[in-house]
Design a protein around this ligand. Sequence first.
Ligand SMILES: Cc1ncc(COP(=O)(O)O)c(C=O)c1O
Length: 406
Amino acid sequence: MPIHHTAPEGVVVVDPEPRWTLDPRVRHLNHGSFGAVPEAVQAEQDRLRRLVEWNPVRWFASQPERIAAARAEMAALLRVDPARLGFVLNASAGASVVYQSLLGRGPVDVLVTDHGYGAVTMGAQRLATRTGGHWTMAHIPLDATADDVVAIITAEFDRHRPSLLVIDQITSATARAFPVEELCRLARSRGVLSLVDGAHAPGVLADPVCREADYWVGNLHKFACSPRGAAVLVSRGDGQELFPLTDSWGAHLPYPERFDHNGTMDLTAWLVAPFAWRHLDQTLGWANIRTAARQLMDEACALVAAALDGLVDDPLPDVGQPVGPMRLVRLPGELGGSHDEADALRVPFSDAVGIAGAFTEFGGRGYFRLSAHAYNALPDYQYLATVGIPLLHQWSVDRNRGTSAS
Ligand SMILES: Cc1ncc(COP(=O)(O)O)c(C=O)c1O
């Protein structure tokens, strides 16, 4: 179904499908990191920003009310109680809100995994250190099944008796899912608080919010295509221990109303987030987007595996619980064997071949993380297979020569 939106001139525009403003000279294969915002969504945010600049005083007087309305709408779209959901700037900020709520309550012993997102994991470790608690990092093999993961976390609970579990719903470095509902139930049965990092979940999963988690954070600016700076924090309890990172005059209000206030800040991304969600839904349909992305990834993986045949032992590693629109491909040789080395490939690779991709590392091995969204098509991955992979192979050969020469 087409979507109607209002262009800056006041003309009602009907989009049959989302239009993107991505550089057409680049193959955009990394929606997972920073998302992409359809033109109609950008236009809606521009419209609101013009309203801000029309009369800032009036705007800021009305902003909390507008945010409360967007929050209610977003909660309905995510099928959660609006009294449990607050907007935050990003998933990292949502995790920080939870960590701050645990300060001053005695030592916090934290259990994280080696698949966790660096910023969120470091925050958890700092929480443990600051409160005089300890932290443990559970090793979960890349190919662990859901049952394996439950067994590993159960053993870690027994061994370390943590007070907080921080677990990813969909991981960044390894593009896999974890059985978060079951893990959170297990945590609760042992008196362990759970924080689920669902940064990638909105848009990727049909029902993204993990309701078993004490706290769940999800980014709307990844697969859900909101403007950046839009994420949600969902609390299982009444959330009265949670406060925004920025103090404001709304700090005395109950949760989640106090999150509708954030000092002077451009929060138009929050207001546009429900529009973005509906735009994708009403043009293409979320279920169709997910199905198409999964099929595209299957075809893309076959192409890339063929290109890596003979260059890499196991080009498409088993990730235990794969997800639809993000896949993991092994890099040739020793390429990307540390986080910094993997990350450092991103810009030179893009400069050399015009492919925007994600390079990750896990367990000392480098990976290329593929993603697919509505703007991708098979030629993107054919190009990766025929142009990108040979270059990565060449870099791996050069690297080995450099290593053996030194
Ligand atoms: C699993 C995971 N958690 C958290 C984040 C952080 O997202 P943000 O920078 O929007 O807070 C990311 C970003 O890619 C991620 O992949």
